[in-house]
Design a protein around this ligand. Structure first.
Ligand code: SAM
Length: 305
């Protein structure tokens, strides 16, 4: 947005080294005084100028959006999120493109890589797993690129909680059972114990709690819920590799699921769904397809689907 990082060296080809944090700070400050002029002018489904940050979906190549596929198919350089992006998708849609796995690479390497390719006239796409808006760390790359004068935009994808929900053949919100959904993660290196709110979401009762990045810690998470006196019979489903050929579902309760996941040996790539919706427990018909929606004045019921 600010593009202040475009500094050429004496020979006109050198660039200042990218300091991503400085770029993020500058972009963040700029946003407090100046609204991004693209907001409201571009729709989320629109192909725009610049580097798209695309949600690859949960794994099955069929769950990449039509726009995402079009962009990936036309790319010269695809920077992707490693093992979380199904290699079948890469093989099917961009086998001829240069493919770079972003796992283990720092922003200081990734940003110049994408910037230089874009400035050289190559078509660059950044492929995140699921939807980039959920635990995707897309914004820091976008801000760093924007700061270097490279426009970016987001193309949404199917987040893994939605794939897990479909696998479980349920809804994350379910009338009379779950009125809210929480996308969350457990404490760990990134999250301090006081920032872990899983217990609070579960205590609310009518929340479906979708735990990302917690496969390795299912047992510990459940132990903490038990210690805090949550109902041990609360349903929990763990969906490993939702939508992949080796997808697996482990079902249980707060009391039993830890041991079952440990037996299965999964340490990553699973979505933990806590709450009655995971088991499609006795829900009530909604008002949507009933008399209530047809009464005059119930615009909300008529409009929602
Ligand atoms: C770094 S986060 C990325 C989430 C991603 N942006 C999304 O919207 O799904 C990685 C976590 O997402 C979850 N995840 C990603 N793909 C998954 C899949 N196919 N099935 C189940 N969980 C998945 C796992 O909890 C994993 O630890």
């Amino acid at each position: 947005m600010t593009g202040t990082g475009e500094i050429a060296g004496e020979n006109g080809t050198q660039r200042d080294p990218t300091d991503p944090q400085e770029a993020i700070d500058a972009e963040t400050t700029a946003r407090t005084t100046e609204r991004d002029s693209r907001i409201g002018k571009r729709t989320a489904g629109e192909i725009q100028e610049g580097v798209p940050f695309i949600g690859a979906g949960p794994g099955d190549p069929g769950l990449l959006t039509v726009t995402g596929r079009e962009l990936v198919e036309s790319a010269d350089l695809v920077v992707h999120a490693g093992s979380l992006v199904n290699s079948e998708l890469l093989d099917s849609y961009c086998a001829d493109a240069e493919q770079v796995n972003s796992v283990g690479k720092e922003l200081e390497e990734l940003v110049p890589l994408m910037r230089d390719a874009f400035e050289a006239g190559r078509t660059v796409v950044r492929l995140h797993s699921g939807d980039p808006a959920i635990y995707g760390a897309a914004l820091e790359q976008m801000d760093a690129l924007e700061h270097e004068g490279v426009p970016t935009y987001l193309v949404p994808g199917v987040t893994s909680a939605f794939a897990a929900s479909a696998t479980l053949r349920t809804q994350l919100t379910l009338n009379g059972v779950a009125n809210h959904v929480a996308f969350t993660r457990p404490r760990g290196r990134t999250l301090a114990p006081e920032e872990d709110h899983i217990g609070e979401f579960v205590a609310m009762g009518d929340v479906t709690t979708c735990v990302y990045l917690g496969t390795h810690a299912v047992g510990e998470t459940m132990d903490r819920l038990l210690e805090a006196d949550h109902d041990p019979d609360t349903p929990v489903a763990v969906v490993y590799h939702a939508s992949w050929p080796d997808e697996d579902v482990i079902e249980g309760t707060i009391e039993t699921i830890g041991e079952r996941v440990a037996e299965a040996g999964y340490r990553a790539s699973a979505l933990v769904v806590i709450g009655d919706a995971a088991r499609k427990a006795s829900y009530e018909r909604s008002y949507l397809y009933g008399d209530w929606a047809n009464r005059s004045g119930s615009a909300e019921g008529k409009a929602d689907d």
